[in-house]
Ligand binder design. Structure first.
Ligand code: SF4
Length: 463
């Protein structure tokens, strides 16, 4: 068979991205686990033109909730042309009934254990409606099909070494979507990190780990970093704040070429962190934690969320200065998004605080619920004010200049590139899209109605 795998996308900035930085690993991973007898193409709607005249026997679409309207549009167009269209990913997993209305078949959960069955059934003309993926054991996974990536992505070597996260933050789908914490064999990860068939030196040099919490198993990360060191790569990942207290780990990260860690700091409010079940974050330690990471020359990227119940417009806008004060090199600023499958979604649904907004409002930059201490409009406005201030020329240049003094060369390049990237957006007013101002008539039919839908309950225990 010939198969087109499409990673759906809906524009998140007014004029789109000036540069497309890094692809998700999903599409090229699914392509890699597809048996060799099939021919696969991978399209990222964010950068690639979709081939509606494709001669593929099967169209497979993956997406998260914010991109669902586009995925449904793609499915409709391809089905109109007589194609069989299947889908998987977080949105499908948590919105089974709705998804069945748009696709010929769906894969819930992790794809590895279901994809081969789906392909076999399709080849035999016996496609079922639902394929339930089980948590994959992570052994013998192939190298992602980097050769199928568009040349429009700046960084291309994306890898996943672990899956899952032992924490259970209230807004996160990972504990339910990828239960447990599973590890790939170190030699498999190192094989992928050593892949070098890219045209540009930085694409060979930089390894982007798409893990949710790479460092949590200390024995494993020690082994991995020891094996990674001889490759002399620059690598980045997500981790939790506890790494800052582990000098040995930080030294190993530096020695193996780490240039950046993404920390989910989320808030400067103690009660918000407690609401989020983010007990591992201690506000009084933020500054020393960032300093400990900087001491190794590693850049600190950090995520912050606007819209916790204790937030006010003032506290959200103040975050711009506090982010600067604790020394963050690259902030990522989002609006609280109550994805299905999360504790916060169930809480908001129970207390009648969900807004009937289309899925395009679930892109991390819009408001789909009633905030407690402000209106939805005030939350959106205060987030935009925060975003504009944090990426103003003054704040961005201060972060870049500070990086010249504190960061190693790769980390400095990262800070320079990413701060310039967001500063340029800010300067040319390429703000996060306000979906209220861009209504798409037929997307209204995709408004999620929180009744008569089946979606798994979130995990609640904190490991
Ligand atoms: S630390 Fe929290 S937000 Fe991050 S992956 Fe784990 S559960 Fe999700």
């Amino acid at each position: 068979m010939t198969i087109d795998i499409i990673i759906a996308y809906v524009k998140r900035y007014e004029f789109g991205h000036e540069k497309d930085f890094v692809p998700p690993v999903t599409g090229i991973h699914i392509a890699a686990i597809t048996p060799k007898e099939h021919t696969v193409r991978v399209f990222h709607q964010q950068v690639d033109r979709i081939d509606f005249d494709s001669s593929a026997d099967l169209i497979a679409i993956s997406f998260f909730s914010g991109f669902a309207p586009s995925a449904f549009d793609l499915a409709r167009e391809f089905r109109k042309r007589g194609k069989t269209v299947v889908a998987g990913g977080p949105h499908v997993t948590f919105n089974i009934d709705e998804s069945l209305g748009h696709f010929d078949a769906i894969v819930t959960g992790e794809a590895e254990t279901a994809w081969i069955d789906l392909l076999r059934d399709q080849a035999l003309g016996q496609l079922k409606r639902i394929y339930t993926g089980r948590p994959c054991d992570m052994k013998n996974l192939p190298t992602p099909r980097y050769d199928l990536l568009s040349d429009k992505f700046f960084i291309r070597k994306v890898i996943q070494a672990t899956r899952g996260c032992p924490f259970t933050c209230s807004f996160c789908t990972v504990p339910t979507l990828n239960p447990g914490f599973r590890l790939r064999p170190v030699q498999d990860v190192v094989r992928d990190a050593a892949y070098d068939a890219f045209p540009h030196w930085w694409q060979r040099k930089v390894v982007w780990f798409w893990d949710d919490n790479l460092t949590i198993d200390r024995k494993y990360i020690h082994e991995l970093l020891t094996a990674l060191k001889p490759l002399k790569k620059w690598w980045l990942t997500q981790a939790s704040l506890d790494i800052a207290k582990d000098d040995k780990l930080l030294d190993m990260m530096r020695d193996s070429g780490c240039i950046g860690v993404f920390l989910g700091i989320e808030s400067f409010d103690k009660e918000s962190l407690a609401d989020a079940h983010k007990r591992q974050n201690k506000i009084e330690h933020y500054k020393t934690a960032v300093a400990a990471i900087h001491k190794r020359g590693i850049a600190v990227m950090a995520g912050f969320i606007a819209g916790f119940d204790h937030d006010t417009p003032e506290s959200i806008e103040e975050m711009a200065d506090r982010i600067m004060d604790v020394g963050i090199d690259v902030p990522f600023l989002s609006v609280m998004t109550p994805f299905r499958g999360t504790p916060i979604y169930h809480e908001l649904l129970k207390t009648d605080r969900m807004l009937e907004k289309g899925w395009q409002f679930y892109n991390g930059y819009n408001v789909a619920f009633k905030p407690k201490r402000m209106s939805p409009g005030q939350l959106l406005q205060s987030h935009r004010n925060l975003w504009k201030k944090a990426f103003s020329v003054t704040h961005s240049l201060r972060r870049i200049l500070r990086g010249l003094l504190t960061l190693r060369p790769g980390a400095m390049c990262l800070s320079l590139f990413m701060n310039s990237f967001y500063m340029y957006k800010q300067v040319r007013k390429n703000y996060p899209v306000d979906m209220n101002k861009h209504p798409v008539a037929h997307w209204e039919e995709y408004v999620p109605v929180p009744k008569n839908v089946s979606h798994p309950k979130p995990m609640t225990a904190t490991a």
